[in-house]
Design a protein around this ligand. Structure first.
Ligand code: B12
Length: 211
């Protein structure tokens, strides 16, 4: 598989923060035509740009409109270059952000990685109230529930949804991920036996190959 060069990353990043959506689109198109894997574009181009934008924003070196605009461009690229294929109807996954979690780009990538592996995905996006997640899972009856949690302040809501899901659906596999879990997943998850923390899209891909 071809790798993304630092110069290609910088070309994309500069076009992104300048709001040059056409240039971003043609850069992604040409990387895909060169044989770069879609997951590498997600991680090495989109995620890397957004983490860098997060740092700049945190240090007041990037304005809110510039961050929002860059985020919108990346969201549109994820939709534009989404995987296509016929999913296996017996492999269903519900992918959602927890309640009051508005960071939904990672969850969208996760959903697309499931699709690339042939799963039928039910992607709900940002901030789904716990009660509604439970109802939806009951209705769809998926094999896997994938939860995304980024904002550490949402710890109580994360524990609430995991408590409810493990209680109501003890046989279902729950996968969790997102930046809020990056440093303390063992401590937060130790009492749940059907809950697995997956730290990256590549780990998710390996998990899906094994299961
Ligand atoms: C864009 C952005 C926003 C946008 C989000 C828009 C959207 N549609 O998502 C908006 C403007 C809404 C926003 C708001 C806020 N944000 Co913000 N945001 C970001 C930013 C710049 C990028 C987020 C992103 O998309 N990253 C890229 C994705 C691809 O990465 P990811 O989420 O980590 O996902 C990957 C993995 O974690 C994993 N993964 C994720 N979920 C899952 C789930 C499963 C099951 C699996 C297997 C894997 C997995 O796979 C993904 C792909 O590799 C980050 C900076 C950063 N470091 O990310 C800050 C950041 C996340 N935000 C932050 C903050 C503080 C806020 C606000 C509180 C700001 C404010 N004062 O209002 C609000 C809170 C909103 C809320 N309640 O959720 C902090 C969070 C700190 C923390 N961990 O608690 C960050 C880190 C910025 C910073 N440097 O401080 N934000």
């Amino acid at each position: 598989m071809k790798e993304i060069k630092q110069s290609q990353f910088l070309g994309f990043f500069n076009a992104l923060v300048d709001g040059d959506k056409d240039k971003c689109t043609s850069l992604v198109q040409s990387l895909l035509s060169d044989g770069v894997d879609l997951k590498d574009i997600y991680v090495e181009l989109f995620q890397k740009s957004l983490y860098r934008i997060g740092k700049l924003w945190d240090h007041n070196q990037m304005s809110i409109p510039q961050e929002h605009m860059s985020t919108q461009i990346i969201e549109s690229l994820i939709s534009r270059f989404a995987p296509v294929g016929k999913p296996n109807p017996d492999k269903k996954v519900v992918v959602t952000c927890i309640d009051k979690e508005f960071h939904d780009i990672g969850a969208k990538m996760v959903s697309n990685v499931f699709e690339l592996a042939g799963w039928k995905t039910y992607y709900l996006g940002a901030s789904v109230p716990t009660k509604e997640t439970i109802k939806f899972v009951k209705q769809i009856d998926p094999e896997v529930i994938a939860l995304s949690w980024s904002l550490y302040l949402n710890l109580g809501r994360f524990l609430e949804v995991v408590d409810h899901l493990t209680r109501f659906f003890p046989g279902k596999k729950i996968l969790v991920g997102g930046q809020a879990l990056a440093e303390n997943s063992d401590k937060v998850l130790k009492k749940y036996k059907n809950v697995a923390y997956i730290d990256s899209l590549h780990s998710l891909e390996s998990y899906l190959k094994k299961n």
